[in-house]
Design a protein around this ligand. Structure first.
Ligand SMILES: [Zn+2]
Length: 327
């Protein structure tokens, strides 16, 4: 590939990133009034206080002297991403995740002998109950909560309703997997005013929806410690901005996406922290992209001291180390 072409493709990637709603261009949402330009310092602090970053929780050492923790995570949203306009053809784009994508992901993880975390909205599992069986059959993957219907929590607009959906989601996955899930990842990475309180009350070990650091940290609620471990995500280490439907399927070149992921891993390795990659079976499960993911795994494995783990394993370890340090 010529360097000009590489630059062009990279520019396309960047453009895609900046047109995403996550870039901070959202419409005002009820319960979250905009911060006016003449707000006082105190008002700005108040407006930002709901959920903030507390102390870093990266342990002094990872298990067995590993230099970095690597978590591959998959949000199994499938058809539910088209819930608001469920036309047959777009739904089939999501259905691909269940018919083909997930199986490819599981086969890759088998070949490379690494565990992963899967966040599954309950109704996504209901459409394809076999998915959970296929994941459980491997015996070392984690299944976590990702909403009931992939509902956008701040727009539910009713704390009691939101809590009911959370309870239902936990109960559904507990019944389907035989184990109560310990990890929470908010659908569309969106928290309402109530979400943090509700997941604390429900007893989750960790959350994976925030972006204030790129290593484990503690969530603060209105300035108070919560004890909730955050295993943060970000749009850079996600398949959606690069491969989403607007990208049209041909560009950006998966090779360029691979370069971005490698760069994220390389610095996590140098800093001895953590690299979490977020993917979707209906997006990364396509042929050229699965091949790219496998290249990435092989690349990471060439480095000594890479701990491939589920987020649950990382959270358990972080929590145990924290207790040790307090003794
Ligand atoms: Zn999702």
């Amino acid at each position: 590939m010529s360097s000009n072409f590489r630059m062009l493709a990279l520019a396309m990637v960047l453009r895609l990133l900046f047109v995403l709603p996550a870039a901070g261009q959202e419409q005002p949402i009820p319960g979250f009034p905009p911060i006016p330009i003449d707000a006082t310092e105190e008002q700005v602090r108040q407006a930002a206080a709901l959920v903030r970053a507390g102390q870093k929780l990266t342990p002094k050492a990872w298990p067995n002297g590993a230099r970095v923790a690597v978590c591959l995570s998959f949000d199994v949203d499938n058809e539910l991403l088209w819930r608001r306009a469920p036309l047959p053809v777009p739904l089939s784009q999501g259905e691909y995740g269940a018919t083909t994508g997930l199986q490819r992901v599981l086969d890759l993880l088998d070949r490379q002998s690494i565990p992963a975390s899967f966040y599954i909205p309950a109704m996504s599992a209901a459409l394809h109950p076999q998915m959970i069986q296929d994941i459980l059959q491997r015996k070392w993957h984690e299944i976590g909560v990702h909403g009931w219907m992939h509902e956008n929590l701040p727009t539910v607009g009713d704390a009691a309703k939101e809590e009911q959906l959370l309870t239902q989601s936990i109960e559904y996955l507990t019944k389907a997997t035989g184990k109560r899930p310990v990890g929470f990842r908010a659908p569309s990475w969106a928290f309402s005013q109530s979400t943090l309180d509700q997941i604390r009350k429900a007893g989750f070990l960790y959350d994976s929806s925030f972006m204030a650091m790129d290593e484990p940290y503690e969530l603060l609620a209105n300035g108070q410690k919560t004890g909730m471990i955050e295993l943060p995500i970000n749009w850079i280490a996600d398949d959606y901005p690069y491969y989403e439907p607007q990208a049209g399927g041909s560009l950006p070149d998966p090779q360029l996406v691979l370069e971005v992921y490698k760069g994220e891993f390389d610095m996590a390795y140098q800093e001895h922290t953590m690299f979490i990659l977020t993917m979707h079976p209906h997006i990364t499960g396509h042929r050229s992209r699965i091949a790219t993911l496998e290249k990435l795994v092989i690349y990471m494995k060439q480095n000594p001291g890479v701990w491939f783990a589920t987020l649950e394993q990382v959270a358990d370890y972080v929590k145990a180390q924290e207790k040790d340090e307090k003794r």
